[in-house]
Design a protein around this ligand. Structure first.
Ligand SMILES: Nc1ncnc2c1ncn2[C@@H]1O[C@H](COP(=O)(O)OP(=O)(O)OP(=O)(O)O)[C@@H](O)[C@H]1O
Ligand SMILES: [Mg+2]
Length: 348
């Protein structure tokens, strides 16, 4: 059974009718001035929807990035289609915050789907759940809910997903704009208002995303380290009770670390400040000492020795390269000897 879905948003009116066997849903929760239904019927299958994210966020500085996402989501003619950008950057630099802030600015309910290595295609779409009466109920994911109600879906840390899960999204991310749930036996068409973006870390603990998916996640929007003024403003917004000298100290610390391309993030800065203030408040530790201690406990011993850390990071990167280089030689059947780091008699 493949049918189309209508969307019931706001004070009980239907948007973007695409007909066929749609039957009513209940309008319940309220977010950003719009009511969204909690269940809907796709043919004879009743599907439970989820709530949008409850707490709004604010994006501080680098407004250009926000505007780029909103530009991706506009349609400039009737035949134009919105784009699904991928936001890329190091951990803790604000990707999820930026995506959510863009969703809020777009003015629709925002839904975040947290992707993991264990995410299965049905988790992304529709999951069957056995009810108390022993019947099967179907639960829509936050992504499918966004498609139905015309909201914004953020696939967070999307590069943690396997290729199999990505494959189920291929039709959604091109001009077809639908997904097919094998489990519920339904095709879900997205509302005209549906918008999507994905966030990705550029760390190594992720799957390689297949090329045919990357080509659908365009354009790439890269988060860089903020300039000093923005850094202060971001820290101030997130820890609004912090005194100015601590803000300045923390911003200076982060700015200096950025110059060495160390991956100390805004999130690290926020944690350092919060912890330093707690140490000062609870243990009477003087501010500078509290800051130093917080740096050490959040980022590790020697974190303020930027040069040594940067050198260490460089050596680590090269080790990875050497290992994969020799590993590839080994795979090709070339004898590369013992690559273990173990101390053996030749070592000295
Ligand atoms: N420009 C900004 N404006 C407001 N807050 C920010 C900004 N940049 C970072 N933050 C704050 O930094 C913290 C980390 O942000 P966020 O969780 O969005 O990062 P991320 O890049 O998604 O991290 P991860 O890769 O670990 O998921 C949050 O507390 C967020 O509020
Ligand atoms: Mg994130």
């Amino acid at each position: 059974m493949f049918i189309h879905v209508d969307t019931l948003v706001g004070s009980g009116y239907l948007m973007g009718p695409r007909t066929a066997n749609f039957s009513a849903a209940t309008a319940v929760s309220s977010r950003q001035g719009t009511s969204i239904m909690t269940t809907t019927r796709l043919g004879d299958v009743e599907i439970q929807l989820v709530e949008p994210v409850p707490r709004p966020v604010r994006w501080v500085g680098q407004e250009e990035l926000l505007r780029q996402i909103l530009a991706c989501w506009t349609t400039i003619t009737d035949t134009d289609l919105p784009l699904c950008p991928r936001l890329v950057g190091k951990p803790g630099m604000g990707k999820t915050t930026l995506a959510q802030a863009a969703g809020q600015a777009y003015g629709k309910p925002v839904f975040i789907f947290q992707c993991t290595m264990d995410t299965r295609p049905e988790d992304l779409l529709v999951t069957p759940v056995i009810s108390e009466k022993g019947t099967i109920k179907y639960h829509a994911s936050s992504l499918v809910t966004a498609m139905i109600v015309g909201g914004v879906a953020i696939l967070d840390e999307a590069n943690r997903m396997s290729e199999k899960s990505w494959a189920s999204l291929a039709p959604l991310l091109d001009n077809r704009r639908y997904v097919e749930s094998q489990i519920a036996g339904v095709r879900v068409e997205s509302s005209d208002d549906f918008r999507c973006c994905v966030t990705m870390n550029d760390d190594a603990s992720t799957y390689e995303i297949p090329e045919y998916i990357i080509s659908r996640l365009q354009p790439m929007i890269t988060l860089e380290y903020p300039e000093r003024d923005d850094e202060v403003a971001i820290l101030k917004y997130n820890v609004d009770f912090a005194p100015d000298d601590l803000l300045a100290m923390c911003a200076e610390f982060l700015q200096e670390s950025h110059r060495y391309r160390l991956d100390y993030s805004t999130r690290d800065g926020i944690h350092i400040m919060r912890y330093a203030l707690k140490l000062e408040d609870q243990m009477g530790i003087e501010r500078n000492a509290a800051f130093d201690q917080a740096v050490k406990q959040v980022l590790g011993e020697g974190a303020d020795d930027f040069e040594a850390r940067a050198r260490g990071a460089l050596i680590d990167d090269n080790m990875v390269d050497f290992n994969s280089f020799f590993g590839a030689l080994g795979d090709a059947g070339i004898d590369v000897g013992d690559l273990d780091d173990d101390d053996d008699e030749d070592d000295d």
